[in-house]
Design a protein around this ligand. Structure first.
Ligand code: NDP
Ligand code: 2IT
Length: 444
């Protein structure tokens, strides 16, 4: 057995019951094989792959809080500090009932390479809780966030670990978390990103992941001599990433005809109305069933089904493994040109393989959605110099970062004989920088 296969087997054995973590490790290690083969003796001796797949630290804690009926509720909180070779741990917090240690580990592992690809000095981490903000009052969300931070604060800091948002954690939650951190530490520090604009947030951070996804997609298509203008797109999800992906797609002259949430999905042949979507999701925090009230010409369907619609480009922006082999077959049968991932690991390994085999241009999550964390790092830079940049300046830097990721991934794939494989290219480019730093820093 080669080194890569040995380490994959070891990860599966040592981390039972964590299929998402196994999946993320397999995807990375299997595509960096040519690099590992070239350096096998050195990497084996230094146990590079074993160290890379074992987090620096995993923190798990109790989060007790009182609901509106006076009942005490107990959730589990996590922070996985995965790798700090190139900078302080950086990565979001996810609040969703499906959260468990395996999910946080897959996200933290992905984050190492994604953060490296941004070219900014940030290491990889992720955290969250099985708390479900859906249907909770603002007071309940605040009570939960304060209790969560009352434990988390001792593990984070502006030069140690800087969390941000992810599923279920947006501006409201970041505000409550930041307030509690500041109260406990008595320090106004850049310890979270995605902050509000009145207390240290960056312009364009809200839009950054969705906008970045479209800058990446536009450039990747350009590299393949295709113009994004005039193309029809499918988006899944209706949260932070989906909303601003749809907005930027429309600005670039494409038309997005779908979006979805965990209850159902919408088909709007005239193009999704972003302002209606923002009102439903950001203001009312309601379900997509409301969309038809704003757009009588649209269709609402219960369950899942976005990938059955005929379109040129698919942009999954909801959650992991939301695009499976059957979905990939439907997309290919309908003539899809490109799939670029806004969510983290939204395509199963089988779906990714099928799409690549059938000539679909495939932009993997850790490259395509890196705009969010990149702009978080720009928020840290602005906080460090105690200045705020204009929207245009942040947006221009974001765009340049996404363009660079496309070309760096493309060149890395070419260098290792895998031209056009942007999954391998992103993994290789992200991996090389981290490994170089790990080797330079010795056995730690
Ligand atoms: P939000 O909470 O704002 O939105 C998530 C959306 O996905 C909602 O529409 C939600 O529907 C849907 N969704 C979530 N879980 C499920 C599920 N299990 N089944 C079906 N639908 C689901 O999160 P974000 O938009 O921030 O995140 C979306 C994806 O993008 C995630 O994979 C996240 O990790 C990734 N990402 C986010 C970044 C960011 O900056 N926010 C950066 C990079 C990646 P419902 O409301 O009904 O639950
Ligand atoms: O998956 C991700 O990159 C995020 N949720 C954003 C992380 C961040 O620190 O901004």
């Amino acid at each position: 057995m080669g080194y890569v296969d040995e380490v994959i087997a070891r990860v599966i054995e040592k981390n039972p019951g964590q299929p998402e973590f196994h999946q993320a490790v397999k995807e990375v290690l299997e595509t960096i094989r040519p690099v590992v083969d070239r350096h096998e003796e050195q990497y084996r001796k230094l146990a590079i792959l074993e160290r890379l797949t074992e987090p620096d630290r995993q923190i798990r804690f109790r989060v007790p809080w009182v609901d509106d009926k006076g009942q005490v509720q107990v959730n589990v909180g996590y922070r996985v500090q995965f790798n700090s070779a190139i900078g302080p741990y950086k990565g979001g917090l996810r609040f969703h009932p499906s959260v468990n240690i395996g999910i946080i580990k897959f996200l933290g592992f992905e984050q190492i390479f994604k953060n490296s690809l941004t070219s900014l000095p940030i290491g990889g981490g992720k955290g969250g809780s099985d708390f479900d903000p859906k249907g909770k009052s603002d007071r309940e969300v605040m009570a939960f966030c304060q209790s969560f931070m009352t434990e988390l604060f001792r593990h984070i800091g502006p030069d140690t670990d800087v969390p941000a948002g992810d599923i279920g954690v947006g501006g409201r939650e970041i505000g409550f978390l930041y307030g509690q951190y500041k109260r406990i530490r008595d320090a106004y520090e850049s310890v979270l990103t995605g902050k509000g604009l009145t207390y240290g947030g960056s312009l364009a951070r809200t839009e950054a992941t969705g906008y970045g996804l479209l800058y990446y997609t536009e450039e990747l298509l350009k590299l393949n001599n295709i113009d994004i203008a005039g193309k029809t797109c499918l988006v899944s999800g209706a949260g932070n990433v989906a909303i601003y992906a749809i907005q930027k797609a429309h600005q670039l002259g494409a038309k997005v005809v779908t979006c979805s949430d965990s209850t159902g999905w919408v088909y709007d042949p005239d193009g999704i109305d972003v302002e209606a979507l923002r009102e439903i999701k950001e203001v009312q925090r309601a379900r997509l069933t409301e969309y038809k009230k704003y757009r009588p010409n649209s269709e609402y369907h219960d369950g899942r089904g976005v990938w059955s619609v005929k379109a040129d480009i698919a942009l999954p922006c909801a959650t992991q493994n939301e695009l499976d082999l059957d979905d990939a077959k439907a997309l290919v049968a309908n003539g899809v040109i490109a799939v670029c991932e806004g969510a983290n690991m939204p395509s199963t390994l089988e779906a990714t393989a099928y799409l690549k085999e059938h000539g679909v241009i495939f932009g993997p999550a850790k490259a395509a959605n890196a705009g969010g964390v990149a702009t978080s790092a720009l928020e840290m830079s602005q906080n460090a110099e105690r200045l705020s940049w204009t929207f245009e300046e942040v947006d221009a830097r974001l765009k340049q970062i996404m363009v660079n990721i496309v070309h760096n991934s493309d060149e890395a794939a070419k260098e290792y004989g895998m031209e056009g494989d942007y999954v391998a290219g992103a993994n290789i480019a992200g991996f090389l920088k981290v490994v170089d730093a790990m080797i330079a820093q010795g056995v730690v």
